[in-house]
Design a protein around this ligand. Sequence first.
Ligand code: TXA
Ligand code: MG
Length: 343
Amino acid sequence: MLKTTVMRTDTPEETKAAVKAAAILIRQGEVVGIPTETVYGLGANALSPEAVAKIFVAKGRPQNNPLIVHVADLSMLDGLILLEDDLRKRLAEAFWPGPLTIIFPKGKKIPACVTAGLDTVAIRMPSHPVARAIIRETGLPVAAPSANLSGKPSTTTADHVRKDLDGKISLIVDGGSCEVGLESTVVTVKGDTVTVLRPGCITVEMIRLALPEAIVEVAEETLRPLKEGEQAPSPGMMYKHYSPEARVLLCEGTPEQTVAFANTYVDKNAVFIGDVKVCDKVRIDTMPYDGSRDEARLIFDDLRLADEKGYEYVIVGQSTNDGIGLAINNRLLRAAGFEVIHL
Ligand code: TXA
Ligand code: MG
């Protein structure tokens, strides 16, 4: 058991101390909980197989699910990737620093355990100032998956991280609530095609707008379960994800139909996550959200809160698949084990 310390970043002095402590630990080969603009990450030295192994142990993560390597600037990419002059460069120019992860051919410096033996590596340059300061101060690329126990909803506050990983890591840097609240968009490139492997707040529409010369498509596996024995375009698609203890009842229908369905759970231990505008018609407990962007920001928080409050059922409506709705549906479908209630 480790003693887990939480360091805050409310003042410049606190931030400086927290960044320094995190960098020292990461350089020593330890694992640290760090804030990013998407979700909290569990960071370690990406160049050290021993340090990376500790990430997998702390999360209980399957060894064959590769990690994202985080850098603070382009000069850090030297040796990490093989950079051809292709659409990846244009994607990086358009969206870094920010919540986009790009899959590159892997360079020599990356140990095999980071990429689960793949010959590609996922790279992201986060925009969160504390994340950037930690990576810069460490002077090393930082491998970081989302800072949750494997299979659980991702963490969007330092408190979530502490609840999942207390005693398993020695430091959590508290950077407040994550602005996006959903993990980064993951994309890969082949020729003139950009394929979204995990949707996020950098939407398909935004990528099309930034790269008009590219064909932008979404891997169909983002919205359906893999078939028996099917090869996954991204290993993350193979695993149970984002699952609270409560059963997620994901409804497809109008908001009114979803509310009517929720009302049939009035005698059960159930909570409705939904639009404030229709909430007053819901007779069960509610965790209201206000607009689609806020739903994205709060979805993991709500799923975690539902468990904390001991609800047995979470009732939530599907979004439309455009904009950030695609990312919300991707997470909710996984949280519901791909079961949808068609109303
Ligand atoms: O926003 C984020 O991306 C957060 C923060 C901490 O940066 N990180 C994150 O990491 O969500 P993680 O490990 O929870 O998700 C990484 C996803 C997994 O689905 C993994 O399978 C996929 O990226 N991935 C990693 N390397 C890959 C590769 N070489 N090819 C295809 N998919 C890859
Ligand atoms: Mg994750």
